[in-house]
Write a protein that binds this ligand. Sequence first.
Ligand code: AMP
Length: 216
Amino acid sequence: MKIILLGAPGAGKGTHAKLLVDKYGIPHISTGDIFRANLREGTPLGLQAKAFMDRGELVPDELTVDLVLDRLQAPDCEKGYILDGFPRNLSQAEALTKALNQRGDDIDVALHFVLEEDVILKRMSGRRVCTVCGASYNVNGMMPRVEGVCDRCGGPVVQRADDREETVLHRLEVYHEQTEPIVAYYRELGKEVVVDAGKPLEEVQAELNGILEAYL
Ligand code: AMP
C-alpha cells in the first residue's frame, strides 16, 4: 500500500501516519523528520537544510528528491510506505511519478487532509516536540505528564523554531504557492481522496481505515 499524505502543515498528517504505521506495518517516511534527525546529528545534510527550515522555506530539490527515492528502495518499503511531507512541489511530484513508473510502479492513493486555516494556526503554534525522540504534544491538550519532559523518553519538550507564529504564517504561504498545486496533480491522476481532518482523531482514523481497505 503506497500512500501519500497531502495537506497543509499542521493538518495532522504526521499524527495519523504514526497510527497507520502501527496498523499496517509499513514505514512512515517523513522528509521533515529525516531533516530534523540530520540536524540533531549535525550531518552536512542537516546543516544545509537548517537555514531553509528555520525560515519556513522548502529545502532545495537537489537535497530532497534523491534522498527520498533512495529511501523508497530500502527493503522495508517492499510492502508499501506512507510518504509524509513529500512531494512538496510539482517538480518533486513529477520526479516521484517518473521514478516509480520506471520501475513499473505507482502510488495507490493521495490522502488529502483538509482543515480550516485558523485551526491549523492554533494547532501549530501550540505544538511542542521532544528534541530527542520527536514525540509531539500540544498546549491545547495532550501535554506531557511532567511539563517540558517527554513521556516516552524523558527528553526535553520544546517549541520547534519553525512552529513560531510568524514562521507558521510563512510556511502556510509556501504551502499555498508551492505545495497546493500538487493536489490538482494527484486529482487529475485519479489518486486524491479528501479527508476531513477537523474531526476527532478516532473518527479520522476510522475514515482512513475505511478508505485504505480498498488498497489492502
Ligand atoms: P514538516 O515537518 O513536513 O512540516 O517539514 C519541516 C520543514 O522541512 C519544512 O518547512 C521544509 O523546510 C523542510 N521540508 C520537509 N519536507 C520537504 C520537502 N519535501 N521538500 C523541501 N523541504 C522540505
